[in-house]
Design a binder for this molecule. Structure first.
Ligand SMILES: [Zn+2]
Length: 252
């Protein structure tokens, strides 16, 4: 009998937090919890779910890390955790980690960027406001500045693509574009840094960005989409892959 009972291992208590997560997710999916809503206080969740305080806390920490919850410090009716609306932030963090772990091959990421940003640019050509265009011009000016550092160029490049995504007005496409663009930020920056001859690359990127901007200003959705897509694909093909291969010849 002793041998038969040996097969029964106790359920690790630490996994309880996953069940707590599942319960909270159920409430969100059912529409019972919406952005801005407050989660029941910790001790109430402990009672409602019949779990330990540690399990509740761990579940809340995971949701916070995913950008779904924001904890509010304080006491009384102001304390507790609030359902947050920051999908791009949460998505960016998740994607960045998965990319760092190479869960998504760079080629797949490029494909997703090309697809998303083609849509963003088409929408931007139809819908960009004067404010949107002004923000794009600021980014262009930043990248055009003589002697601009690669780091700053990369920041303004990122913002230019984000500005296009936001000008398109489709929140979901914009958030996904932002998440993916931010997730590749470090890869692009290290590619920038490994280039022995930065100036010709910077000149090419500047010209491409200006052409994209002009197509958006002219409301030419087709051309804006084509230009963004070839900008992204061309850059990865000619610059990022070359730089990564130079840094690590075993990589393809
Ligand atoms: Zn760019």
């Amino acid at each position: 009998m002793a041998e038969a009972t040996a097969a029964w291992e106790p359920v690790p208590r630490s996994r309880t937090f996953e069940l707590v997560l599942a319960r909270i997710e159920e409430q969100i999916l059912a529409g019972n919890l919406r952005v801005g809503d407050k989660l029941p206080p910790e001790r109430e969740l402990v009672e409602l779910l019949g779990v330990s305080r540690a399990a509740v806390r761990e579940a809340l920490r995971v949701l916070e890390a995913h950008g779904v919850l924001r904890s509010r410090v304080g006491t009384g009716s102001n304390s507790g955790s609030v359902i947050a609306a920051m999908p791009s932030h949460g998505l960016t963090q998740l994607l960045r980690l998965h990319m760092a772990l190479a869960n998504f091959p760079l080629g797949d990421v490029v494909e997703v960027r090309a697809t998303l940003e083609r849509s963003s640019a088409r929408l931007a050509a139809e819908r960009a406001t004067e404010d949107d265009l002004a923000r794009m011009r600021e980014d262009l000016a930043c990248m055009d500045a003589a002697g601009v550092a690669r780091e700053e160029f990369n920041d303004c490049d990122t913002d230019f693509h984000v500005a296009i995504a936001e000008a398109g007005g489709n929140r979901m496409i914009a958030d996904m574009t932002i998440a993916v663009r931010n997730a590749v930020r470090h890869t692009l920056l290290s590619a920038f840094h490994s280039l022995p001859d930065w100036e010709p690359v910077a000149a090419r990127l500047r010209a491409e960005h200006h052409a994209i901007y002009d197509a958006i200003v002219e409301g030419d959705a087709e051309r804006a989409g084509d230009l963004v897509e070839s900008h992204i694909r061309g850059f990865h093909q000619d610059v990022v892959r070359t730089a990564l291969q130079a840094a690590d010849p075993g990589r393809s």
